[in-house]
Design a protein around this ligand. Structure first.
Ligand code: SF4
Length: 345
């Protein structure tokens, strides 16, 4: 999908914003798309490296079908080279591996495990688009929703292609979207395509939640976080949930410490001051900022602990029980979730 053949045997891939020009016999930057005699093949179609049942709150999606369970799948490969990747064993490995799990089997597994949706996650779903696309189409036919957890480095063409089947997306920023951070830590030349992809998602009416990984010292600028929050407010709307995530040392970036909670709290205040209604702190289980508060009267309306909903305090039509303000949550509450993920493999 989304490539063009050239007369000299090379191909242009325009699935993600890297827009690789790939020689015959070579793979693209993501390592999972290969030019074989002028035809671009996905090397990971139907080859899941991971399949797990997750609470939707783990994505994180806090304003979309709360309490739902999602069948989460990933293949190997990625179009980023984040030095802090906590899934580097599957995202950066050159030898392609995976278990044969065709789209029909993914959908079947979702049903057998009482899921309400499918999530394409852990590695970058853009780079396994054909697999995600076919699965999402089938999933939709039997009533499941589909969500991406993505770095957002997609072309507008890719967003347009998956949009008819994509219900929600978590788009992950790092370091407050600082272009220098992206260049130095993730080998990404420009952040501009992420903003373009987000605008396209908005046009396509895909429910979007934004995360930002706050990395101590090199990616924790309050000005950057505030700028990002202002952009979200103006381009996507003040009801867009914004999750500020705690960093923990991993892979090649073990010299930086975990993000101090005070840093996250300052970032929370900055994002609220920018005018966003729903700001969250992530990876800090038990923190009050995991929960949802009414944007009008500040009543606690959804109390969470990590990925679990421990108290639901909204009344009919997602309204605050105190002042009646409608809280921007799509879908419905799926009761019965215990907030504990488990892996199929
Ligand atoms: S999907 Fe892979 S091959 Fe295509 S442009 Fe992105 S990194 Fe390059």
């Amino acid at each position: 999908m989304l490539y063009r053949k050239r007369q000299d045997g090379k191909v242009d891939c325009f699935l993600c914003a890297r827009r690789c020009l790939i020689n015959d016999g070579a793979t693209g930057f993501c390592l999972v798309r290969k030019n074989e005699n002028g035809t671009l093949f996905s090397l990971v179609y139907g080859k899941a490296i991971s399949a797990s049942v997750d609470p939707i709150e783990k994505k994180p999606l806090s304003h979309f079908n709360p309490g739902a369970l999602v069948m989460s799948i990933a293949t190997m490969g990625c179009n980023f080279r984040c030095q802090f990747c906590d899934n580097w064993m599957i995202s950066q490995e050159k030898n392609i591996d995976g278990k044969n799990l065709p789209p029909e089997q993914v959908v079947k597994a979702a049903g057998e495990n009482s899921c309400q949706g499918i999530s394409y996650t852990y590695t970058e779903p853009t780079i396994f688009m054909e697999y995600a696309y076919d699965t999402a189409k089938l999933a939709r036919q039997v009533g499941f929703f589909n969500t991406f957890v993505t770095n957002g480095y997609m072309t507008p063409e890719a967003v347009k292609m998956i949009a008819p089947y994509l219900d929600a997306a978590t788009v992950d920023f790092k370091g407050g979207a600082d272009p220098e951070f992206y260049r130095a830590v993730s080998a990404v030349p420009s952040v501009a395509p992420i903003f373009e992809a987000l605008k396209e998602m908005k046009r396509k009416d895909i429910h979007v939640e934004i995360t930002n990984l706050v990395v101590p010292k090199i990616g924790d600028s309050l000005e950057r976080i505030k700028e990002l929050a202002v952009w979200i407010r103006d381009a996507l709307g003040k009801d867009t949930p914004f999750h500020l995530l705690r960093f923990h040392p991993d892979y090649k970036l073990t010299s930086a410490p975990a993000t101090p909670v005070e840093t996250l709290e300052k970032a929370y205040v900055a994002a609220k001051e920018a005018g966003l209604n729903y700001v969250y702190l992530g990876n800090v289980p038990g923190h009050a900022c995991e929960s949802t508060y009414c944007p009008n009267c500040n009543e606690l309306v959804v109390k969470r602990y990590a990925f679990e909903i421990v108290r639901w305090n909204l009344v009919k039509d997602m309204r605050c029980p105190v002042c009646g303000t409608q809280v921007a949550i799509k879908g419905k509450l799926h009761a019965g979730g215990h907030g504990l993920p488990y892996a199929l493999f």
